[in-house]
Design a protein around this ligand. Structure first.
Ligand code: G
Ligand code: G
Ligand code: MN
Length: 252
């Protein structure tokens, strides 16, 4: 309850900041970033999304938060593009947000506000939602897809590794959870599982992202397995927009 009312105030004030984590292609180019909200809490310091989003997930604040994230992300990506940085952005959505009938309009409105093509925005839906609630999630995704919004499956393999959702959901990318990518370099079984998922995803024409890439060894292993893109602390941490602008411009 306290988190809820405090977060409502934070949304109205300036305590929330959108961080961005770079996603690198196998050729090292950054073509997309993931938007991750952070809360500069007056007493508790910098809070990551996982520390406050679950508390509001089933409330109306979740929708207000998503609208705020989408607007910030659209504004920032439009600014980067105007400066010649051709990136797109992905935004995590909960089941409740996905089922909100107003979402297509919210997305169209914020994109139009900043002159951003919808192709520059992608929504991340956790595999768990697609497994547990496919009868509701897939029609909602299809409506958004018809409105021009792209999707990726997030945290694939965290609970199920249900390859059938890769074929059924209207997605372009699949992000493989760090639980598997982090161990692939060490354990042949994890390597075999990830390799199998990648082959299925490629067969379906999907782009494969490895999440939680923390070391150069892990990165090499995942590229060898066929991953198209990498995300993780070993590539770049989630960071404020200005810091990412400098990070992108740095000599590599
Ligand atoms: O940023 P952090 O590592 O704390 O993220 C933790 C979890 O919160 C992740 O599972 C991520 O997908 C989720 N998450 C991050 N940002 C958002 C958001 O804007 N909305 C929703 N619904 N979930 C988010
Ligand atoms: O589940 P999802 O991918 O939406 O969660 C995103 C969160 O995962 C980010 O906010 C970030 O805090 C966390 N994250 C990103 N890269 C890494 C990594 O390399 N290692 C770990 N442990 N967490 C990461
Ligand atoms: Mn995500």
């Amino acid at each position: 309850v306290t988190t809820l009312s405090q977060l409502g105030r934070a949304l109205a004030g300036h305590e929330l900041e959108l961080f961005y984590q770079p996603v690198r292609g196998a050729d090292a180019a950054v073509k997309s970033v993931e938007a991750l909200p952070r809360w500069h809490h007056p007493q508790r310091g910098l809070l990551e999304a996982g520390m406050f989003i679950p508390a509001v997930a089933h409330t109306s604040v979740a929708t207000a938060l998503t609208t705020w994230v989408l607007r910030q992300a659209a504004r920032q990506v439009a600014e980067w593009r105007a400066d010649g940085v051709q990136v797109s952005v992905s935004v995590n959505v909960s089941a409740r947000t996905l089922y909100n009938d107003a979402l297509p309009d919210v997305i169209r409105t914020v994109a139009a506000e900043y002159g951003l093509p919808l192709s520059a925005l992608e929504l991340e839906v956790a595999e768990a939602i697609l497994v547990r609630e496919s009868a509701r999630a897939i029609p909602a995704m299809l409506r958004l897809r018809d409105a021009g919004v792209g999707f990726c499956v997030d945290k694939f393999g965290a609970e199920y590794g249900a390859v059938s959702v890769l074929a059924e959901a209207p997605i372009q990318r699949v992000k493989i959870d760090q639980r598997f990518t982090g161990t692939a370099v060490e354990f042949p079984l994890a390597r075999a599982i990830v390799g199998g998922w990648i082959r299925v995803a490629h067969q379906l024409g999907l782009t494969v992202v490895a999440q939680g890439v923390e070391t150069p060894e892990a990165s090499r292993c995942l590229v060898d397995l066929g991953c198209d893109e990498m995300q993780g602390f070993g590539i770049g941490r989630p960071m404020p927009a200005a810091e990412l602008t400098r990070w992108l411009a740095r000599p590599s």
